[in-house]
Write a protein that binds this ligand. Structure first.
Ligand code: HEM
Length: 126
């Protein structure tokens, strides 16, 4: 079976995550939550997680174990506003990538997944 990862390729994920983190670095809500001396590590972790989720190599689990995303995000103050901002920055990064590289049907799948996970990670009242 062809996975979304096979269909869009590893480089598309690199671009998505790089574009996302370039925005996070200067974001007033999100940047204070991220490790200032480990942007590359954070970028690696998100890319490895997403590629694994969409059928790519299972490097994330080999290196980090079970994702347990809700637990791993518990100590970050994730309000609805923060979750919305995360989604906005990912959307902006997605929009930088043309539709030949990531066709509309795949964009919809990626967005659905991000929205579901972001909603699940909200752990603070606004
Ligand atoms: C809802 C808003 C979100 C906020 C504010 C947020 C914030 C963070 C922060 C501050 C980190 C630590 C960076 C690091 O050192 O790796 C992190 C890690 C991570 N986030 Fe999020 N995140 C959000 C949503 C998401 C979503 C929607 C996903 C997946 C679709 C996701 C997947 C991950 C992964 C895989 C890691 C690395 C976990 C690890 O292995 O330690 N996050 N996030």
């Amino acid at each position: 079976m062809t996975t979304l990862y096979d269909a869009i390729g590893d480089e598309a994920f690199d671009r998505l995550v790089a574009g996302f983190y370039a925005r996070v670095r200067t974001d007033d809500i999100l940047s204070p939550m991220y490790p200032p001396d480990d942007w590359e590590g954070a970028q690696w972790r998100l890319k490895a997680f997403l590629t694994q989720y969409w059928g790519g190599p299972s490097t994330y689990s080999e290196q980090r174990g079970h994702p347990r995303l809700r637990m791993r995000h518990m100590h970050f103050p994730i309000s609805r506003e923060a979750a919305f901002r995360w989604l906005e920055l990912m959307e902006a990064s997605l929009e930088d990538i043309d539709e030949d590289t990531i066709p509309p049907a795949f964009r919809a799948q990626l967005r659905d997944h991000w929205e579901r996970v972001a909603g699940m990670l909200i752990n603070r009242a606004d």
